[in-house]
Design a protein around this ligand. Structure first.
Ligand code: GAL
Length: 816
């Protein structure tokens, strides 16, 4: 597809027309796609006339899309406050839940308007508007006419607006959005938070999402690529060209025979390079349709060649090799950016997860963005694409159950058709912990939905994340699924394996352990629903919820049960909303479940998973930090998360003994623990030994002195000058000897000059009410992250960070 990334930037009408002529003559094409990003006008509230073409929106705020209207805040306890009984959490009485949906102003109505040129390609052109997702219940007006609507905020949908569009002229698009209170269990975001595209093409053309590519035969030297192409028009000819990852042509195949409105081709690709997380090789199919000799349409589709199998007693295999999912669940918000999609933010998340050794993502509990799937294809992550958190029975008063009966089928259809060519997707999920797990109607719904997935995509299996395991064993619900997914319930795995006929079990959601980065609570206790007065959970990683468990409990199942096909940990990153176990305590407003915090900074738990999952690089990590003024002489346990089997701990040079992993308890099996250490300031050093007893690695933590100097470290020093790209700068403080100060909470100020802007900041503190968008924030456990965004001009930008009593720091970045 010829992607013209926003040709509407800040230009007047004349300039726009000129630029479209330039585009047209340059491409001379039959298809144009324009992503509508700039010059949007936004209004928050009710407005009865804003759909009209002539409505004067000059006083509205100018924004760029993707846009999340609620992320600017302010946080407010009263927003979407819910007096509810969360029955799936085992509650029996209602209580006041604050911060459940993030305490950000996402509820209510909003309007977006954009004036743009529709290119004039030819007389019989078709015009489509494609939304990658709009939160929520979008009603779309073009030139004053209602052209369509969609209820579910997470799904992509497109509208054929040919009859209302004015080719070669300015058109006015108005979108109304509405978010009901009590419609979510987490922060959903608000507004046009994903991209909006305008597509103009010939009347004789390839249908939107009309290309479907599968690879039914894969041998070492040969593979068969099956391509079905849906078209509008008759007596057409299809020419498909397959390109390798470098864009070099491998093979071209012609098809003259239309089967109704579809072509079907079977194309041999020799010496196929298989897609996998370790080697994410991508091919491209270029589909061109001709009427006689005249080119009518051209669409490019990336795909991978890979084989997935789920077999009884063998488990999951990719390209013939059995493996277990080392996965994480992710909500869609991007912390301080809210729900507004940003490729740099998604790429950073995946880079952090790569280093963790993670190889799979579950888009809990809704449709992923196209950008996230593209990145997973490119960077190598398997994907469990989920659809719903509710079916016909409710979890929240205004949840998806309101639309299930009318919309579920079309929502599944769009999910599958929009995304089926991504090699990363290895299974679909029809739902998460739906209350319909109870009762025979629910069994029917499960079958109905699974059949729709199968009809739309016969190549991938379907799962549901089940928490009511006993009920689903009794009713047949679990037995009918392609993949029985268990959420928690580690004690029921063996019984479920025996009871369900599939011969394997997926840990569709695991752990739900809670922790706050850099916070350690004493005495160190293992337990459920533990709450501390500071509303922070302990990073000794021994606290979880009444319904969940510790990471080590899952590791035992993963390691000892060959029929368990992997796990998806709840969650890879903290997310806005659901501040369990503090959901009744203000000001908690974001989750504690993440392996990384809301800023994307790894918590200690990161190293526990890394020590198992990253098989390429060793892990050796000590906790807690060693700044415990006032705790001298008190018991301060030390844990080491490591890929090595044994290690020795030294405090100020004195050995505190060797520990070796052993099977006494799940914790003894996966952590090295010195539980009786008495705190003395100084240096805590761990030396790891290999199996022959040789010292192979060491790490240390040091008691730091007073905070002295700010330190800045960017994840990327060069970014694209596209007005979207972001560099994440981690800010920390060190003492005068350069030792990190792990307890610093200094208020810092940020200033950005040159060709960049301050976009946001985040410190990962789930109780902070500071705005993400103001250039000042307190450190949390000695760290925070500042996001710098490029402008559309290339050049240098500089971030300077200052704070009282600290030596300031500057960092230069480049945008190209
Ligand atoms: C699960 C649920 C998730 C999240 C999690 C917290 O039961 O599927 O959405 O609520 O619990 O532990």
């Amino acid at each position: 597809m010829n992607m013209i990334k926003n040709t509407c930037k800040g230009a007047g009408l004349k300039l726009l027309i000129a630029s479209f002529f330039a585009v047209l003559s340059a491409y001379g094409q039959n298809r144009q796609e324009i992503t509508l990003t700039t010059n949007w006008k936004f209004f928050r509230g009710k407005n009865d006339n804003a759909f009209e073409q002539t409505y004067n929106d000059r006083a509205w705020k100018t924004v760029t899309v993707p846009h999340d209207w609620a992320i600017s805040g302010p946080f407010d306890k009263e927003i979407d406050k819910q007096m509810v009984t969360i029955t799936q959490n085992g509650e029996t009485k209602p209580s006041e839940k604050t911060g459940r949906t993030g305490a950000l102003p996402y509820t209510g109505e909003g309007w977006y308007r954009n004036n743009f040129m529709v290119p004039f390609l030819k007389k019989d052109q078709r015009t489509l508007l494609l939304f990658d997702g709009a939160m929520s219940e979008p009603r779309v007006y073009l030139n004053g006419n209602l052209v369509g609507q969609w209820n579910y905020g997470y799904n992509s949908f497109y509208l054929d607006v040919t009859d209302q569009a004015l080719p070669g002229q300015m058109n006015t698009l108005a979108v109304h959005l509405s978010n009901r209170p009590k419609s979510s269990r987490w922060y959903p975001g608000a507004g046009l938070y994903r991209n909006v595209h305008l597509i103009v093409k010939d009347a004789q053309s390839i249908e939107q999402w009309g290309v479907s590519i599968t690879t039914p035969v894969i041998e070492a030297k040969f593979s068969k690529v099956n391509i079905k192409t849906k078209v509008t028009g008759n007596n057409l000819r299809l020419v498909t060209q397959i390109l390798d990852s470098q864009g070099k042509e491998l093979i071209v195949q012609n098809a003259d025979q239309q089967f109704g409105q579809e072509f079907e081709q079977n194309i041999p690709v020799t010496d196929p390079k298989l897609w996998s997380p370790e080697s994410p090789y991508l091919y491209t199919a270029v589909s061109r349709i001709y009427d006689g000799k005249v080119l009518k349409d051209e669409v490019k589709t990336r795909f991978g060649i890979r084989e997935i199998r789920y077999e009884a007693n063998k488990g999951f295999s990719l390209n013939g090799k059995v493996r277990k999912f080392k996965g994480v669940c992710l909500h869609h918000d991007l912390g301080p950016l809210g729900a507004a999609i940003n490729k740099a933010a998604l790429r950073r998340q995946l880079a952090i997860l790569k280093d963790l050794g993670c190889d799979a993502i579950r888009s809990s509990h809704n449709m992923p963005s196209p950008e996230q799937l593209e990145l997973c294809d490119e960077m190598g992550f398997m994907f469990l694409a989920e659809s719903f958190d509710e079916w016909a029975k409710s979890k929240v008063e205004n949840g998806y159950h309101l639309y299930f009966n009318t919309d579920a089928e079309k929502d599944v259809v769009n999910l599958v058709r929009a995304n089926r060519n991504h090699p990363s997707i290895v299974m679909w999920s029809a739902g998460n912990e739906v209350p319909d797990q109870f009762g025979q109607e629910g069994v029917k719904r499960a079958k109905w939905l699974q059949d729709i997935f199968h009809r739309e995509d016969p190549t991938r299996p379907v799962t549901v994340g089940m928490d009511q395991v006993k009920a689903t064993m009794a009713s047949g619900f679990g037995a009918l699924l392609d993949i029985p997914g268990l959420n928690y319930r580690v004690h029921l795995y063996p019984e479920a394996y025996k009871s369900f006929p599939q011969g394997f079990i997926l840990g569709s959601e695991t752990a739900s352990t809670v922790s706050s980065r850099g916070i350690y609570q004493f005495p160190v206790l293992k337990g459920k629903d533990i709450r501390h007065p500071d509303l922070q959970s302990s990073s000794y990683d021994l606290e979880c919820c009444s319904w969940s468990n510790l990471p080590d409990d899952d590791f035992v199942l993963q390691d000892d049960m060959p029929w368990v096909i992997g796990e998806f940990v709840w969650t890879g990153f903290d997310y806005l909303g659901e501040p369990t176990p503090y959901d009744e305590q203000w000001p908690s407003r974001s989750s504690y479940f993440g392996i990384c915090d809301l800023a994307g900074i790894p918590k200690d738990r990161y190293y526990l998973y890394r020590s198992r999952w990253n098989t390429e690089k060793p892990t050796l990590h000590i906790l807690p930090h060693w700044n415990w003024a006032g705790r001298e002489g008190q018991t301060t346990p030390v844990f080491v998360y490591t890929s090595y089997d044994s290690a020795e701990l030294f405090l100020n040079g004195k050995s505190l003994g060797i520990r070796k992993k052993n099977k006494t308890t799940p914790q003894d099996r996966y952590r090295l623990m010195w539980n009786e250490v008495k705190y003395t300031p100084g240096t805590l050093k761990v030396v790891a030994y290999d199996s022959t007893g040789h010292a192979v690695a060491e790490e240390q933590v040091v008691t730091a002195g007073k905070p002295h100097q700010i330190v800045l470290e960017a994840d990327r020093k060069e970014i694209d000058a596209d007005g979207k790209d972001i560099s994440y700068v981690t800010v920390s403080v060190v003492d005068k000897d350069g030792n990190p100060c792990p307890t610093a909470t200094t208020q810092l100020n940020f200033n950005v000059s040159g060709q960049g802007v301050f976009k946001a900041a985040c410190n990962g503190d789930a109780t902070s009410l500071e705005s993400f968008e103001l250039p000042t924030m307190k450190l949390f456990s000695g760290k925070l992250v500042v996001l710098l965004q490029s402008t559309t001009k290339a050049g240098e930008m500089e971030l300077s960070v200052s704070g009282k009593g600290l030596k300031a720091a500057q960092l230069k970045l480049q945008s190209n």
